[in-house]
Design a protein around this ligand. Structure first.
Ligand code: ADP
Ligand code: MG
Length: 294
């Protein structure tokens, strides 16, 4: 490949809102046959909002939200931000945290108002803290997830006190982008730490049938590596701190412009407009640029 043609391609990329780390990256872009898409913030907007508060029997909904929201003030996760924002809207000022720890991809624990409060994946609360949801809440969890929501459990002082649902929406261009990627011969896969039911709901909306859900941050790169060992040339598209290792592992890492700095640093391409259709532009550009060189 002549350096000049590649540089022209890189410049054209910039005009399309695709920042390319180096001219040689167009070569790996052209070879890609599989595209792994992070769900939250990549296929969806990532702007989460609270959609439901369900207290356990005998508990008060506003207290559940208040203590959960206070605990989440320590979190930078979009789920935490949505819960804290909704709790603030309740009017009561949120108390300061006496301590805070978060486990990436699982949830948070904080001491609030003298209570040890847990907010996180229901399976994390049961496996790590032996806190299980009462049956009716577990049923509610299933139906909220089926509708595409992400459900987190809230507990304090060792007892489940309720569940909260948060959700965001699919970006308007995601479904069209997935269809175009398929038309270019690429295989789309949805990858997320979120629950299987919510992941399937989003996948159905954009036309993806290969879904890898409930994947812990540390395991996302393993999914990419396994695909590579199976002979695939893999592009990974993501935005989060959780995606950084997978982005670096992939043959081509693609970050959303709205993504975290670590995701952008780990990637070969950055999409300024944060829309998946730009991936389609990048693939087309790489094919065109390299075709003229031959
Ligand atoms: P994704 O891959 O969709 O970005 P994450 O790996 O960040 O998802 O999170 C996976 C799951 O961990 C969430 O769906 C949620 O159940 C739980 N979780 C992560 N962070 C938090 C938080 N701050 N509060 C409550 N739950 C959380
Ligand atoms: Mg994400």
């Amino acid at each position: 490949a002549t350096p000049t043609a590649l540089l022209v391609g890189t410049g054209r990329g910039a005009q399309l809102g695709i920042l390319i780390k180096g001219p040689q990256i167009l070569e790996s872009t052209r070879r890609v046959d599989t595209i792994v898409l992070d769900k939250t913030g990549t296929v969806t907007t990532g702007k989460m909002s609270l959609t439901a508060v369900m207290p356990a029997p005998g508990e008060d909904a506003s207290e559940v939200l208040w203590l959960a929201g206070a605990a989440e003030t320590g979190s930078e996760h979009p789920i935490g931000a949505a819960i804290a924002a909704a709790a603030r809207e309740g009017g009561e000022p949120l108390p300061a945290l006496e301590s805070f720890t978060s486990e990436r991809g699982l949830g948070v624990q904080a001491v609030v108002d003298g209570h040890l409060v847990l907010v996180g994946r229901p399976s994390w609360l049961s496996a790590k803290w032996e806190v299980t949801l009462p049956t009716d809440l577990a049923d509610q969890q299933a139906s909220l997830e089926m509708a595409g929501g992400t459900v987190v459990a809230v507990a304090w002082d060792g007892r489940a006190r309720g569940i909260l649902a948060v959700s965001d929406t699919v970006k308007v261009t995601s479904a069209a982008a997935v269809a175009q990627l398929r038309a270019l011969g690429l295989n789309p896969i949805l990858l997320t730490g979120d629950n299987e039911r919510a992941a399937r709901a989003v996948a159905a909306e954009v036309g993806i049938d290969d879904v890898r859900a409930e994947v812990l941050p540390a395991e996302k790169a393993d999914v990419v590596r396994t695909l590579q060992q199976g002979g695939r040339v893999v592009a990974m598209v993501g935005d989060g701190v959780n995606d950084a290792v997978a982005l670096a592992t992939a043959d081509l890492g693609i970050a959303m412009g709205t993504g975290t700095d670590v995701a952008i640093e780990a990637s070969d391409l950055t999409l300024v407009r944060s829309e998946l259709v730009a991936v389609v532009d990048a693939i087309r550009l790489s094919r065109r640029t390299l075709a003229t060189i031959k």
